[in-house]
Write a protein that binds this ligand. Sequence first.
Ligand code: IPE
Ligand code: IPE
Ligand code: MG
Length: 248
Amino acid sequence: MSLLQNINMQRLPSHIAIIMDGNGRWAQEQGEDRLFGHLNGVESVRTIVETAAELGIGYLTLYAFSTENWERPEDEVSGLMEILVDTIRKEVPTLNKNNIRLHVIGDTEMLPENARKELNEALAETAGNTGLNLIMALSYSSRWEIEKAFKEMAADVKAGKLEPDAITNNTLRQYLATADYPDPELMIRTSGEFRISNFLLYQLAYSELYFTNTLWPDFRKENLYEAIIDFQQRERRFGKTGQQVKQQ
Ligand code: IPE
Ligand code: IPE
Ligand code: MG
């Protein structure tokens, strides 16, 4: 019996963000090299994207490559970039078939030319889709994003376009790479690490966090269902008391 029956379709998280971790350890367990893990991680990406679209989730953000990941050994980085280019090229027809719109957040200037080109084409080719918004965090880190936001805000103040007194927390939000998306309601991290690793520091303020020991290449449909069921059992208080929440 599938866990799907236990999901309340009326109370789905509108935005799920995932730190897809554990590819390297998964490969190591099979006596293979790290790239083998990344290749198998792509299968999980496919399944999870498809599952999120089937469920009718509005936004899915996948942390695929961090700013800090550029520091990994050169062959791993170039292998990952190849997998990226290849995957985007192959997946665009499926994205279109499933009405999925691709978005990217991150310092894409850092990506190799061919990856940037594939990515831009995929963004343009899926721009008209109105179903799931798939946001890939590529060469992304939250501190990079916040630094960029502050630079742009400071430039606007200097140019007289923004009054310092008018700055609110909503102003900062509008300068972030995620300005067009709601905050994640559920954040999942695989592989048993209990940390955020520079992911959406501002946006996760009130997200429900779900950590699982499952390594990313093993994370499939039922694992996502399990995370959503767990999310639906939480009481989200947003600073209020439990009693206030129940009376709402
Ligand atoms: C996540 O898996 C993928 C990326 C960070 C690109 P890892 O490559 O971090 O796998 P582990 O954490 O070493 O097992
Ligand atoms: C976080 O995983 C980044 C991605 C999943 C893309 P890492 O494997 O880079 O994180 P740390 O180094 O364990 O914190
Ligand atoms: Mg890792």
